[in-house]
Write a new protein. Structure first.
Length: 173
């Protein structure tokens, strides 16, 4: 199945956070606060995804106030932080939203993401992902995690569903 065919079926995008929405670095300031850098183009991509009525969920094995602050900007349907069993949460999300695994795109980068990488209809890894994840992924982004990888996959999904022009039309007028 081609990337475009996989993208056509996507009704929900599920993202890992560290290494996917960020570059994977964990930075602490001198007061012990955790700092994270998010890429503006990725955020705009998620706004476009929402405009196209494609659902968004975030599942991360870690959590932080910085992540909670950022996810407020784009209104994900589900935000699950500090999760040790991503597969269990994934199954709950499928049930809650009445989705099939084939209708989900998941983007991850590390071993904890493999159970989802193996089950979704469109699995995506970033270039910095561990080799086991990259071997299993349907697609590896050209852009790095935290540097446009999320925007890249959003564009692939929206173009695959012929929604790209519609969601960006107001910027082109």
């Amino acid at each position: 199945m081609t990337t475009r065919e996989r993208a056509k079926r996507v009704k929900m995008l599920i993202l890992d956070i560290d290494g996917v929405m960020t570059d994977g670095r964990i930075i602490y300031d001198d007061k012990g606060n955790e700092l994270k850098c998010f890429y503006a183009l990725d955020g705009m991509g998620l706004a476009l995804l929402k405009r196209a009525n494609i659902q968004l969920a975030l599942i991360s094995s870690k959590g932080s106030p910085a992540v909670l602050r950022r996810v407020k900007d784009f209104g994900a349907q589900e935000v699950k932080l500090n999760i040790t069993d991503k597969l269990k949460v994934f199954k709950q999300i499928l049930s809650k939203y009445k989705l099939k695994a084939a209708e989900v795109c998941f983007m991850g980068d590390d071993l904890v993401d493999i159970p989802l990488i193996k089950r979704v209809g469109f699995s995506v890894a970033v270039p910095g992902a561990c080799s086991e994840v990259k071997k299993l992924a349907d697609y590896i982004t050209k852009q790095a995690g935290g540097k446009g990888a999320v925007r890249e996959i959003v564009e692939i999904i929206l173009r695959g569903q012929n929604k790209w022009r519609k969601v960006i039309a107001r910027y082109l007028e």
